[in-house]
Write a protein that binds this ligand. Structure first.
Ligand SMILES: Cc1cc2nc3c(=O)[nH]c(=O)nc-3n(C[C@H](O)[C@H](O)[C@H](O)COP(=O)(O)OP(=O)(O)OC[C@H]3O[C@@H](n4cnc5c(N)ncnc54)[C@H](O)[C@@H]3O)c2cc1C
Length: 429
């Protein structure tokens, strides 16, 4: 029988959140001495690889990387990555604050490579159980399943969960066979190959008027002349994301403190007033590109791509090997039905995956509510600490699911973690 692997700390997921955390931990004198590991589902580091469309850009300044906000002298800054890979001078000449998504992925991979020795790739964490001794929970049993189907069990004192979003499929689409439906997160891996595989006319619907829907719509319209593509959205028009400077301050670290000082209702109202920074909105330059593209097509007498605006999807069914979408015009109530060979759902993500992973602890953890430092509120019997990253938008603001404040959030968690009495290397310093 294999001996149980014992760790001080286990990170669940190894996306940008836990990568920034691993860096902050490693760069902390005491934190660097903790015995930690990170368990990641993907076979190697990846960052939304299903949406790695050529020309797509990061929607954030390169200075909001994995380390700069916490420590600009860290070796894990984007600038140091550019220097190390011989592209610093050329990047300066580009005069752009927003790198391509492909380059930011490369940067993340470069940083992740430094943690290869403590990363367990290709394992999905299934469950966490409290290990109780004398009525006290000081260890957590983490069970994962590898791509080979084998179960692995590890024990940890503390846990940092950063598992990102779960692709959201609206209920109306749930009954439709998966062969004709793909989520935006599978665009490069499933949808593109389906359109590549045929030169016969094909009708595709992209549902959702946010950034991902618009990027996919443009990509299809430019790439395949045999594909007739429709962008189906509820709004009257594609709307620009507000990234003006004053509004952008909602992504500053200080905004977290502001929100934390408000009652639930006031928080909600403030967050609602800022939704047009991130939800159902599109970068203005992409809107302009799409408008130009539709104009050119109309001018040339070709109409293979169009926007179906103000359409609420009412019902979806499979008919004669196609997906029929019934819509209602939200202004006129007029109903219509269209058939498509493929539907791509750019319908966003839900940030509740931690609830399933931590289900065995749910009765102890109440509503998975976290404190200011992202620590889940636990009963007094818990010595173990559990931190959640990326699912606290309601309490910590819009930056929580984004890259905006990753390094600072990471160092706040590291500081809180190291205040534990059972890490003597930290308290002795
Ligand atoms: C297409 C796209 C583009 C984006 N672009 C930007 C941008 O430009 N700027 C910005 O600020 N934000 C952007 N975002 C928001 C995005 O959420 C963040 O960029 C970032 O990915 C958050 O990092 P994360 O580590 O919290 O989550 P993720 O990046 O989702 O990483 C979570 C990791 O956990 C792993 N995982 C999940 N479940 C398990 C499990 N049970 N066991 C083990 N591992 C698990 C996943 O495989 C994944 O690697 C974008 C999002 C999308 C979808």
């Amino acid at each position: 029988m294999m001996a149980m692997i014992e760790k001080d700390l286990i990170g669940v997921g190894f996306g940008p959140s836990n990568l920034a955390f691993a860096i902050a931990l490693a760069e902390n004198q005491a934190g660097g001495r903790l015995n930690s590991c990170f368990i990641e589902r993907s076979p190697s580091f990846s960052w939304h690889s299903g949406m790695l469309i050529e020309r797509s850009k990061v929607q954030i300044s390169f200075l909001k990387d994995l380390a700069t906000l916490r420590d600009p002298t860290s070796r894990f800054t984007f600038v140091n990555y550019l220097h190390a890979t011989g592209r610093l001078q050329s990047f300066i000449n580009l005069k752009q604050a927003n790198p391509s998504r492909a380059e930011f992925t490369n940067y993340f991979r470069w940083a992740a490579a430094a943690f290869e020795d403590r990363c367990c790739y290709g394992e999905t964490v299934e469950s966490v159980e409290p290990v109780s001794r004398n009525g006290r929970v000081a260890r957590l049993l983490v069970t994962s399943v590898g791509s080979d189907g084998e179960r692995r069990r590890r024990m940890a004192s503390d846990l940092v969960v950063g598992v990102g979003g779960r692709p959201y499929v609206p209920p109306a689409f749930e009954a439709v066979g998966r062969s004709r439906i793909a989520h935006a997160s599978q665009y490069m891996t499933r949808a593109r190959p389906m359109m590549d595989a045929t030169t016969k006319p094909m009708r595709v619907a992209v549902v959702g008027g946010g950034q991902s829907g618009a990027e996919i719509f443009r990509d299809i319209a430019e790439r395949w002349p045999h594909v007739d593509v429709s962008l189906v959205l509820r709004d009257h028009a594609l709307r620009p994301a507000d990234d003006s400077p004053f509004v952008n301050e909602a992504f500053d670290p200080s905004f977290v403190d502001l929100l934390q000082g408000l009652s639930g209702e006031r928080r909600k109202a403030l967050l609602n007033s800022l939704r047009n920074t991130n939800y159902s909105v599109v970068d203005l330059d992409l809107i302009e590109q799409i408008y130009g593209l539709l104009y050119e097509r109309r001018f040339a007498g070709a109409s293979a791509c169009r926007l179906l605006t103000r359409r609420n999807v009412e019902a979806v069914r499979e008919v004669d090997g196609a997906v029929e979408i019934e819509t209602r015009d939200v202004a006129t109530d007029e109903r219509g039905g269209e058939r498509f060979d493929l539907v791509i759902l750019a319908t966003g993500y839900r940030y509740d995956a931690h609830e399933r992973i931590l289900a065995n602890l749910a009765s102890d953890l109440g509503g998975f509510e976290v404190d200011r430092f992202y620590r889940v509120k636990t009963p007094p019997s818990y010595a173990s600490r559990i931190y959640l990253q990326g699912c606290n938008e309601d309490s910590h603001g819009l930056s929580d699911t984004l890259l905006s404040i990753l390094p600072l959030r990471a160092s706040e968690i590291v500081d809180d973690l190291l205040s534990r009495e059972h890490y003597p290397m930290a308290t002795a310093m």
